[in-house]
Write a protein that binds this ligand. Structure first.
Ligand code: DC
Length: 249
């Protein structure tokens, strides 16, 4: 950090994580939109590298092959007017292609390789250089940006997360039983907590927002308010001759 940003002369980072179905990506996207900042969706980078591995015919159970793909692929996020940044893999726009069920089915294997995680972490940090960003992902507050200006852990009861997912599937016309969705969420929670690498943890100094019973707009509002409070504190310090880096963040 240290490059010119909006607040107090330094770029700001908001990092958001939380369990599967907590809405972290949607909230991160809307907060970024509200503030006019870049949304850094770390999951999209894992997905882009998974697509690259599939395209190159790499074996998904071969960590060396996956790392080789990760080290030799160029992934960019290109800001797009009024919409999510485009995900660009080796020059090709893959924004839609990274959301297919095939990529979703394989991304976990790639995200389990520690050296690939280190590569993605470095890439996310590089993309954030000198910019105000809202970053989300399972380890956004603990590994990627443990020194973020604002860390948010979004939580919601498993039943609530299952209900949201269930309603989304019904809206899309996918027949599914609520109990099955809930069982899948509980299983995913267990796996995400117990992973050897990249496990979901709550940063001790994160703002914990339990979104059970809260609307999306309200969650976004709370995160933006917390960011505004930090901005105001920084501005006050700057006015009194202090520097943002003295905040000990
Ligand atoms: O949020 P998503 O479904 O787009 O994430 C894709 C995959 O990448 C998912 O398996 C979680 C994983 N991931 C991760 O391990 N660490 C991150 N910081 C972000 C995503």
């Amino acid at each position: 950090m240290g490059a010119a940003g909006r607040y107090g002369g330094e770029a700001m980072i908001i990092a958001i994580d939380g369990p599967s179905g907590s809405g972290k990506s949607t909230v991160a996207r809307l907060v970024a939109e509200r503030l006019g900042w870049l949304h850094l969706d770390s999951g999209a980078l894992y997905r882009a590298l998974t697509l690259a591995a599939l395209q190159r015919g790499a074996r998904m159970d071969d960590p060396e092959a996956l790392l080789s793909v990760a080290m030799t692929s160029r992934v960019e996020l290109r800001p797009a007017e009024g919409e999510e940044p485009r995900v660009v893999l080796d020059g090709a726009d893959v924004t839609g292609a990274i959301r297919t069920p095939q990529v979703t089915a394989h991304v976990g294997a790639l995200a389990d390789v520690p050296a690939v995680r280190a590569r993605v972490t470095a890439l996310v940090r590089q993309l954030a250089q000198g910019r105000d960003v809202v970053a989300d992902g399972r380890d956004a507050t603990t590994v990627i940006f443990p020194e973020a200006d604002l860390k948010v852990f979004l939580d919601a009861a498993p039943e609530e997360r299952a209900r949201r997912r269930f309603e989304e599937l019904v809206r899309r016309g996918t027949p599914v039983a609520y109990d099955e969705v809930l069982a899948a969420i509980l299983e995913r929670d267990r796996r995400d907590r117990e992973r050897a690498v990249g496990a979901l943890r709550r940063a001790p100094d994160a703002l914990v927002l339990d979104t059970t019973g809260l609307g999306l707009a309200e969650v976004v509002e709370r995160v933006v308010c917390a960011a505004d409070a930090i901005r105001a504190r920084r501005a006050a310090r700057a006015e009194h001759g202090g520097s943002a880096s003295e905040e000990g963040r």
